[in-house]
Design a binder for this molecule. Sequence first.
Ligand code: URA
Length: 255
Amino acid sequence: MITENDLELISSVISLSDALFSSRPEKKCDIAAAPLLRASPEKEEDNITAAITDTSVSLQNIARKISSCSRCRLCGGRKNTVPGIGVPNPLVLVIGEGPGADEDATGEPFVGKAGQLLDKMLAAICLSRKTNCFIANIVKCRPPNNRDPQQDEADACRSFLDAQISVLKPKLILTLGRIAVQNLLNTTTGINRLRGQFFEYKGIPLLPTYHPSALLRNEDLKRPAWEDLKVFRSRLEEMTGCSFDPKAQGGSSVK
Ligand code: URA
């Protein structure tokens, strides 16, 4: 459950961020990323719509393949596959570990308590699965008893994530927790050493931070996680020239 304490901490770190980022750009951002297409002005809108439709179809095809996948043992215990959710032209791809019970029941990633906290973390930097993010996982089926995905399971699922990345073409990747970053960067270095700095995956800047479940277990991780999000926000602002401060977006976070 998200406690009063969580909400207080999030609003206090947002205020802290105001003080720290007083010289950030003020321009409001159309925070949904538009696909970059070369087109004559009158055809541009049609082309953008067509590109988004193509992307959505490709994502649906990947999701269909995932739904019939039996490449690893996780297919035996699933109720639903959990391919991912979000906009087809995201600025940011958020990558978690794998579905839990709530996600297995619904087929949607990050819908339990950790998902509610994730949505608040993203909203604190004007990101949302509804407007400018896509959320996916390393494995698309629930590991039994929420254990960590095993290496062969992660490896078997990797081409689905890679296909999603090549269709989505996110500008930035945010990974949550140890499993996601270790798999993508092919490293055994721990999350405490990796978090808060940029790496690259397939040429896309990637920043690891703590998993929201870890923040729910250990309050002390919330402050460093916010520091990571501020680093991520600075890069978003550099890239777009827009503010990703909810207050600059009219005082409220992204709907
Ligand atoms: N934790 C994850 O890593 N992914 C989910 O989808 C839900 C919880």
